[in-house]
Structure formats: structure tokens, C-alpha cells
Design a protein around this ligand. Structure first.
Ligand SMILES: Nc1ncnc2c1ncn2[C@@H]1O[C@H](COP(=O)(O)OP(=O)(O)OP(=O)(O)O)[C@@H](O)[C@H]1O
Ligand code: NI
Length: 369
């Protein structure tokens, strides 16, 4: 097996605010292998952006601080790097694109000049004319029609989708190893969204780039990602291949997210309840207050450890039901006609439950005794 390109281990990024410490990212670990797409998914506020912005330290620090953890990129620990060293990495080996493409472009400069700037900074041996040729080629490859004239246009002359293409061109300028894309299609309409996702897949294959894709949308994850990391309130709830996580979700939080996908589950619904306090996170599993399966072990100690699912090397979930003394089958939804209550189900194994239901039936209407 090849070494991961990026390895985030036990990352803790906190914010020191007047209201206390915000535990935005609290012991997050995951890898990104060369050439693969890893998605970080979770509801708003779960710590996806803070995780991704910790990698090249583009966070506001202070109030933010990387309190613990290592971020190894191509064998180098980024958390130990000076600002000068990080500048060499940003836009060169690791590029970012964001939800609002406007923020990535300076309105007063022509787009060609801005893409060229990345090359001038990181490839200062390139002659001027060659830079221009390369920029036009990049715009062309990212699907901008008439690239040779568009190169001299200003950002406001481009639509949202075209601006995002310009930013992808910029990310490709130095042939980055890793593209971090934070909700890059959320602000775009659905057709354009699909085109941008397709473009990312195409350029990834062509440039053998890795992508860390941040989204709250599990539908997008199944389209673009190879592997997925499910975050909730600063913790990783589950991770694994897209197949594993989307088709065989293990954590009650992931199951609930999937239930909320349009066309899935019983109806269009949201997960009941709200994220827990970020300054005073609950004991135990951070999802416990919203989890219909929560038992007393779920509100004790730290976030449960990651347990392997069905003996998989890659699929893991942070839920006590996959640990000793529990049966993950108890996480399955109750059958349609089951009259037993939540608490009864928790305290009984499936077989006990069956015999209890039989007893109930007899008590109600049985005269065969
Ligand atoms: N500068 C900051 N100061 C204080 N708290 C912050 C700061 N930036 C982020 N946070 C907090 O960190 C937590 C994680 O935020 P983050 O932006 O990573 O969430 P997210 O998963 O990306 O959500 P979204 O889907 O809305 O983008 C949130 O509680 C947020 O309020
Ligand atoms: Ni975000």
C-alpha cells in the first residue's frame, strides 16, 4: 500500500472566545490517498470547514488554535511549519476552492492575471509569454469558452459557475497534489453544480490530484467521493468507503442523515433536535441527545472509540452498539407492527422481544388457554 498523501491525526482545533473555548474540531483523524476523493460530510456547524482550513492554517489564529494533533502531507508535518514554509505549500501543492467563488477572486484584476500570479509566485523561472499561454490553456481545459479572449476579462464578467471554473484553473496552475474544495457547488444552481462536479472528476483523473471535498450533502458525496468521513459536533462519527457508508451506514447519525436525503426514508424530514453546545460539549457520544437508541453508556466518558464494522479494514463507527456487550441489530428500525416501546426494545434482545410480543397477543385476545 502507498502512503497516504495527507494524514490528519487526532486534530484538535479550538477557538478561544469570550464565551469560552469552542471545541470546533476535537480529535479528528482521517487519511487522503494519492488520486482519491475524500468527502467530509455533516450538518452545518459540525467542524468541516475548520478541519479543512486547519490543514494549511488559513484559519483566523487567534482566536483559533491547533491545540493538538499532526497533519502529515507528503511526509512533512504541516503543524510544525513556519508561515513562510506554508506559503510555499498553499496554492502550489495544496489549493483551496470555496463555496462563494467571488471570495477567491480579486475584482480589480483580470482573471488571467490572477491565475498567472499563482504561477509567477511558485514558478518564477517561467517566461511571461509562456505564463499567458499556460493560463489560456488552463481556462480552456476547465471549460471556459473562447479562453484566449476571456483571459483578459474581469471577474464580474463571469457567471458564478464560470468563476468557479476560473478558480479550479487556478488550483491546477501549479499542478497541486491536493485540492480542498469547501462546498464548491452549494451556491450554484443544480445544472451548473453537476457540471462543476464532472469537471472536478475530469481534472482529478487527468492531473492525478487528490480532493478533499467538504459538503453537507450526502447526495453529492455518493457522486464524487471514494471515501467519506462523517462529522458531528467536532467529532468523527463514522468513516469508510462510499459504498460502505452510504449503502451500509453504521452510526445512528449517518443513518439519520441518509433518511433525510430526498427520495429516501418515509418522508422529507430533518433530524430532530439541534447540535449540542460547542463550548460545553456533552459527555460520551456527542450525538446522544438526538439519538433514539441512546443508552446510559452513550453519555459517559469521551466519544466512543471507533469500532470496525463487519470486520472491514476501512469502515469504522464511533458508537457503543458496535462494542462489547451490545448488538448492532438493535439499531435497526422497529418492524411496522411492533407495539413494543423504545425502552423495552433497549432492554431486550430480539428473541426476547419476539416472545414478549406473542405474550402480549395472547393477553389481549387469546382464549385458547
Ligand atoms: N472564528 C471562529 N470563532 C469562534 N468559533 C468559530 C469560528 N469559526 C468557526 N467557529 C465554530 O466552529 C464550529 C465549526 O464550524 P465550521 O465552520 O467548521 O462548521 P461546518 O461544518 O463547516 O458548517 P457549515 O456546513 O455551516 O459550513 C462552529 O460551532 C462554529 O461556530
Ligand atoms: Ni463549512
Amino acid at each position: 500500500m502507498t502512503d497516504p498523501l495527507l494524514s490528519v491525526e487526532d486534530l484538535k482545533t479550538h477557538f478561544h472566545t469570550d464565551d469560552g473555548t469552542v471545541y470546533a474540531v476535537d480529535s479528528v483523524s482521517f487519511d487522503v490517498n494519492p488520486g482519491e476523493t475524500v468527502a467530509i460530510v455533516g450538518e452545518s456547524g459540525s467542524g468541516k470547514t475548520v478541519t479543512s482550513e486547519s490543514i494549511t492554517k488559513i484559519l483566523d489564529m487567534p482566536p483559533g488554535e491547533i491545540v493538538e494533533g499532526t497533519i502529515t502531507f507528503d511526509g512533512m508535518d504541516l503543524t510544525e511549519m513556519s508561515e513562510k514554509q506554508l506559503q510555499d505549500i498553499r496554492g502550489n501543492r495544496i489549493s483551496h476552492i470555496f463555496q462563494n467563488p467571488q471570495n477567491g477572486l480579486n475584482p480589480v484584476y483580470k482573471v488571467g492575471r490572477q491565475i498567472g500570479e499563482t504561477l509567477r509566485i511558485h514558478r518564477d523561472d517561467l517566461p511571461k509569454a509562456e505564463i499567458r499561454d499556460r493560463v489560456i490553456d488552463l481556462l480552456d481545459r476547465t471549460g471556459i469558452p473562447e479562453a484566449s479572449s476571456r483571459v483578459d476579462d474581469y471577474p464580474h464578467e463571469f457567471s458564478g459557475g464560470m468563476k468557479q471554473r476560473v478558480l479550479i484553473a487556478m488550483a491546477l496552475a501549479c499542478d497541486s497534489d491536493l485540492l480542498i474544495a469547501d462546498e464548491p457547488t452549494t451556491a450554484l444552481d443544480v445544472t451548473i453544480q453537476a457540471q462543476i462536479l464532472q469537471l472536478l472528476e475530469d481534472v482529478q483523473a487527468e492531473y492525478n490530484m487528490s480532493i478533499l471535498f467538504v459538503t453537507h450533502d450526502l447526495g453529492v458525496v455518493s457522486e464524487i467521493a471514494d471515501r467519506v468521513v462523517v462529522m458531528y459536533a467536532g467529532k468523527v462519527m463514522e468513516k469508510g468507503s462510499v459504498e460502505e457508508v452510504i449503502h451500509n451506514p453504521a452510526h445512528p447519525y449517518t443513518k439519520a442523515l441518509i433518511e433525510c436525503l430526498p427520495g429516501r426514508g418515509s418522508s422529507m424530514k430533518r433530524i430532530d433536535g439541534a447540535l449540542p453546545s460547542v463550548t460545553e460539549p456533552p459527555e460520551g457520544c456527542r450525538f446522544n441527545s438526538r439519538c433514539e437508541h441512546a443508552v446510559s453508556d452513550c453519555s459517559m466518558g469521551d466519544q466512543p472509540q471507533m469500532h470496525a464494522i463487519d470486520g472491514s479494514q476501512t469502515h469504522r463507527a464511533s458508537c457503543v452498539y458496535y462494542g462489547p456487550g451490545y448488538d448492532a441489530a438493535d439499531l435497526e428500525p422497529p418492524t411496522e407492527n411492533s407495539s413494543t416501546s423504545q425502552s423495552e426494545r433497549r432492554s431486550n434482545s430480539q428473541s426476547e422481544r419476539r416472545s414478549e410480543t406473542q405474550r402480549d397477543t395472547r393477553a389481549d385476545g387469546g382464549h385458547d388457554a
